[in-house]
Ligand binder design. Structure first.
Ligand code: 13P
Length: 291
């Protein structure tokens, strides 16, 4: 299968009230774990790639690994830039072959964010690439982005609706009280804002900071209109804990594949549990792959 934009898979998710998972990839093992498990569960999936990962792996490796994984899978897969910081980075990813991009203009004013996002939408749509944008500021730490609690801005439903009317993005990440990384206290999610936006405009909504949210809150967020949920930290923790455990208990390991394989299995189990929690199991739709 080739890499596809996420537009149709998210519209279907919104209609049928489940969420397509975005799992971030950082290397071959994560990519294999995510794509193999999504294929086993017959779930569409979005492979998120942040700018630090592009620097870490190199663009050619990102493309080669994602394309190889997609070629060997029967499910719909998007390769999506996570938190793209500029028009230039977005263009670099589109030229390399990403099928979807996020432009994160949340550090700019409302009007500047609209202008930047519109420019990205125009360029991306002209070559069939889908676009996600961010409104408000999501707290926590992700890769090289740190947002402390005082900097968190939660927009109103009216602002989100106005933003979408101007930009017509394919997916909208609105800050609604979640944060990147693990939570110290339970998140206070603005479910009413999610419902108000979702009931007013057709755009699928994205929940960032999907790690560590109680299961009942995830289910409620989907019920209110979330159609894509991003998970990274929980996969990283699962991988690191599994690798640490085997290395600590076998200090004679020399063949790295022994612990990489264990880490990969741990990510597979985490991915499986999220797919089932998000109800995207058996939601792959082959007709979306023929467009
Ligand atoms: P977590 O690392 O909290 O799961 O968030 C991931 C994310 O939102 C990626 O954009």
């Amino acid at each position: 299968m080739t890499l596809l934009p996420m537009t149709d898979m998210l519209l279907k998710a919104k209609m049928e009230k489940y969420a397509v998972p975005q799992f971030n990839i950082i290397n071959m093992e994560f990519t294999q774990a995510i794509v193999e498990t999504s294929t086993e569960e017959n779930s569409p999936v979005i492979l998120g790639v942040g700018e630090p990962t592009i620097k870490y792996m190199g663009m050619d490796y990102v493309m080669a690994i994602a394309e190889t994984a997609a070629k060997n899978s029967s499910v719909t897969i998007s390769l999506h830039l996570d938190h793209g910081s500029s028009f230039e980075v977005v263009m670099q990813c589109i030229r390399a072959g990403f099928s979807s991009v996020m432009i994160d203009g949340s550090k700019y004013s409302f009007n500047e964010n609209i202008s930047l996002t519109k420019k990205v939408v125009e360029a991306a749509h002209s070559v069939g690439v889908s676009v996600e944008a961010e409104l408000g500021t999501i707290g926590g730490t992700e890769d090289n982005i740190h947002v402390n609690e005082k900097e968190v801005v939660l927009p109103s439903a009216e602002e989100a609706i106005e933003f979408w009317n101007h930009t017509k993005v394919d997916a909208l990440a609105v800050a609604v009280g979640t944060a990147h990384g693990m939570y110290k206290i339970e998140p206070n999610i603005q479910f009413d804002v999610i419902s108000d936006i979702s009931n007013t405009i057709p755009v699928p909504l994205v929940l960032h900071g999907g790690s560590g949210i109680p299961d009942q809150d995830i289910k409620r967020a989907i019920e209110c209109g979330i159609s894509k949920i991003n998970v990274n930290t929980e996969n990283q923790v699962a991988f690191s804990n599994a690798v640490r455990k085997i290395i600590n208990s076998h200090d004679d390991i020399q063949d790295s594949r022994l612990f990489l394989r264990v880490g990969r299995e741990a990510v597979k189990e985490m991915v499986r549990s999220k797919i089932r929690l998000f109800s995207s199991i058996n939601k792959n739709d082959v007709s979306l792959q023929n467009i």
